[in-house]
Design a protein around this ligand. Structure first.
Ligand SMILES: NC(=O)c1ccc[n+]([C@@H]2O[C@H](COP(=O)([O-])OP(=O)(O)OC[C@H]3O[C@@H](n4cnc5c(N)ncnc54)[C@H](O)[C@@H]3O)[C@@H](O)[C@H]2O)c1
Ligand SMILES: [Zn+2]
Ligand SMILES: [Zn+2]
Length: 392
């Protein structure tokens, strides 16, 4: 079958790879119809996520049809249209039972790497390096879905493919950020990043009752989507003083909740701090660039909560521990616990409370993979997310 593979730094190519087979009783095979690019892929392609090998199939957010199930699968049926959570979790371990699905003890068959880096191994993720389980990704005609009863969700008939596919990753990620940051009615929420994840965090904050939600980015097109499709307020950090604006918009107190949805390749405005991080990251002395995290911590009101959704893999320099400690902040972070939110999000999609199809700005066949990633990485032609159609 055809699949879009990692070929080296910022390079992808379509290759012929073996079709996946049922390996364990709880597996299903899904024929992929829609598979989306994610900001996390940019970190992988950029060489910031270790243990990706040439020829690995990319992609972790997808929708398709169940074409085969293992003997241990009882909930999913052949022929069902399903959206699959990007994280592979067993559904039964202690962590899964707490709803902490991306911390699953069984989803990653190669836990040694992450145990060494982080103290404990986390769950697996499709198409996201051998550190995250070495699973073949979804930019392919077929994909093996382990623990299918827990990771694959039937899509209500009234929800289109173009909308439902974002229930795989960006919608639950954004929802988790607003939920676990404890957004309450009346709150003012600031979100860094107007990509799909930031937009979904902003929408979740609104649906959880936030009074005002401000989304910060420098991409005017994405900010226009924030206004038009999300119902939040845009703030372009290239044309405004973010701190002064946030104070102005919060009656001088600062946001109650700050959500970071940018990650380890943040583009700073200018100035020595950006240069410092970039040079250190390129020399591998500092593995991640945390400028949006620093800003979120700095601008959050006293006693507020910061939630880090952006992906980081290693160490950062100049983490503002003093601000966090002295302002009494709660700082949380997580990979998405999608299994906890996806059914609820699909219902909201069916009720038109959550619309996502505007995020898939470019639909392309796998053969246009290189162009699809270039458009996405460069944010060219107003690209927000590329949707690959392996069935084209
Ligand atoms: N926690 C999770 O489970 C999870 C899931 C999916 C994605 N992610 C991560 O979330 C982050 C966002 O994902 P995405 O797909 O929306 O990515 P994206 O690359 O499409 O969007 C990131 C946005 O951040 C903006 N940006 C860059 N520097 C900024 C700064 N200093 N301040 C404000 N905005 C800035 C960019 O212009 C861009 O619009 C990535 O790090 C991704 O890896 C995490
Ligand atoms: Zn993703
Ligand atoms: Zn588990």
């Amino acid at each position: 079958m055809r699949a879009l593979c990692f070929e080296g730094l910022n390079q992808v190519a379509v290759r012929d790879v073996a079709e996946p087979k049922i390996r364990n009783a709880q597996d299903a095979i899904v024929k992929v119809t829609h598979s989306v690019t994610c900001g996390s892929d940019l970190h992988l392609l950029g060489g910031f996520v270790p243990f990706a090998k040439r020829g690995d199939v990319l992609g972790h957010e997808f929708l398709g049809e169940v074409v085969e199930v293992g003997t241990g699968v009882s909930q999913r049926k052949v022929g069902e249209r399903v959206v699959v959570c990007s994280f592979v979790s067993c559904g039964r371990c202690w962590y899964c039972k707490q709803g902490l699905f991306s911390c699953c003890d069984n989803g990653n068959p190669n836990p040694a790497i992450t145990e060494l880096a982080w103290g404990y191994g986390a769950a697996g993720c499709y198409g996201y390096s051998h550190a995250m389980g070495g699973y073949a990704g979804s930019h392919a005609e077929y994909v093996r879905v382990p623990y299918a009863d827990y990771g694959a969700f039937p899509v209500p008939e009234s929800v289109s493919d173009e909308r439902a596919v974002f229930a795989s990753d960006s919608a639950p990620t954004g929802w988790m950020g607003a939920d676990l940051a404890g957004v309450r009615p009346g709150d003012v929420v600031a979100v860094w990043g107007a990509g799909a994840v930031g937009q979904m965090a902003a929408r979740a904050a609104i649906l959880l009752g936030a009074d005002r939600v401000v989304v910060i980015d420098r991409n005017e097109y994405r900010l226009s989507q924030v206004e038009r499709h999300i119902g939040a307020e845009p703030l372009n950090y290239r044309h405004a003083d973010v701190g002064a604006e946030l104070l102005e918009r919060t009656g001088g107190r600062g946001p109650d909740v700050c959500i970071e949805a940018v990650g380890m390749e943040a583009l700073g405005n200018s100035g020595p701090e950006v240069l410092y991080d970039t040079v250190k990251q390129q020399l591998h002395v500092e593995t991640n660039r945390p400028s949006a995290v620093r800003e979120a911590i700095f601008h959050c009101r006293k006693g507020g909560t910061v939630f880090i959704l952006g992906v980081f893999v290693g160490l950062v320099d100049r983490f503002p521990l003093g601000a966090m400690m002295n302002k009494g902040l709660t700082v949380r972070a997580a990979q998405q616990h999608g299994q906890r939110y996806i059914p609820m999000l699909l219902e909201r999609m069916a009720r038109d409370e959550l619309t996502t199809e505007h995020l898939g700005t470019h639909e392309l066949p796998l053969a246009d993979g290189a162009r699809g990633y270039t458009l996405f990485k460069q944010q060219a032609d107003d690209c927000v997310r590329t949707v690959f159609r392996p069935d084209w």
